[in-house]
Design a protein around this ligand. Sequence first.
Ligand SMILES: *Cc1c(COP(=O)(O)O)cnc(C)c1O
Length: 372
Amino acid sequence: MSSIYERYQLRPVINASGRMTMLGVSTPAPEVTAAVAQGLGQYFEMKDLVDKTGDYIARLLEVEAATVVSCASAGIAQSVAAVIVRDDPRLLVNLHAQAVNGPREIVLPKGHNVNFGAPVGTMVALGGGRVVEAGWGNECSAAQLEAAVGPDTAAILYIKSHHALQKSVLSVAEAAEVARRRHVPLIVDAAAEEDLRAYYLQGADLVIYSGAKAIEGPTSGLVLGRRQYVEWVKLQSQGIGRAMKVGKEGILGLTCAIERYLKQDKESGAAMAERLQPFIAGLNQLAGVSARLVWDAAGRDIARAEIAFDAAASGLSAAAAATALKQGDIAIYFREYRANEGKLEVDARSVDAAQLEQISARIRRLLTGEQA
Ligand SMILES: *Cc1c(COP(=O)(O)O)cnc(C)c1O
């Protein structure tokens, strides 16, 4: 088989950046791609497929209810629409056109109003919601969140993510307490998180995951939570949800991937750290960079190599290195969130030892001025 890279003249990629939408997120296991193929090859009563796979996933996760959606962003939009529309049949098909009599404000900590590749606020607006920010750019306490909740609040939205403000922000459990006290639902966007039960157990009514990130499924999303809310999310397939339809292949692929995710021994952060040690030691032999092990800032069990570029000594900045290494026969992508501080990070989840060596060699050639 001629490779896809050759056929369409694409540049091969070494993905040292993690679960990145711009690089295709993850590479599901053969078992998962087989489930996708099986799904594509057959017809189903789709409502039955949605209901029964949802219940199956819910049993696996020991939560009340679950449903597969097309991606986490669609999960946010449909969850927002669900808490606004509920089961109002007229509003379901007129969310774009009709005045909403009930509440439609979605309250979230200001430091959670982030851009994950697209703005959270865009998904809220697609779902018919109006963003109301609580607290400040650098803080949001339970009291500050509660102060922003009023008669027009349809839900509280909490973004559990490395993209969001980490310091001086209330916890999911505290947000759930505020939600209970004020009788509004709590929606948690946990798109890239690894624990499929934690936020539900901490009191969220709806929790949203990306199917292709930690779970390593096909392009898809998972919404789980309290039965009534999940049923309202499912209703959205007759409203805005139709524009973000998930197919039988996504439903069956993600269901398989979840089952696998729960059974398989995931590589621990400690194992990643061990795998990264020779890479880090090798880089520390080079003049112009220094490397060390760092842990995920959002608290997930992920170890990464941080490479600090001494631009003053070598003339090579982190940003210039990142740009240069995307060129050439093989594009290497790092985590660049801290390039402005002179640092790139290597995420080991999608790279093997040989690729780590390739990365090391390319950095060495850049520093010594050999042709990269
Ligand atoms: C990735 C991400 C999303 C979007 O997930 P998709 O499945 O790509 O739509 C939403 N929120 C956060 C915090 C994310 O990290």
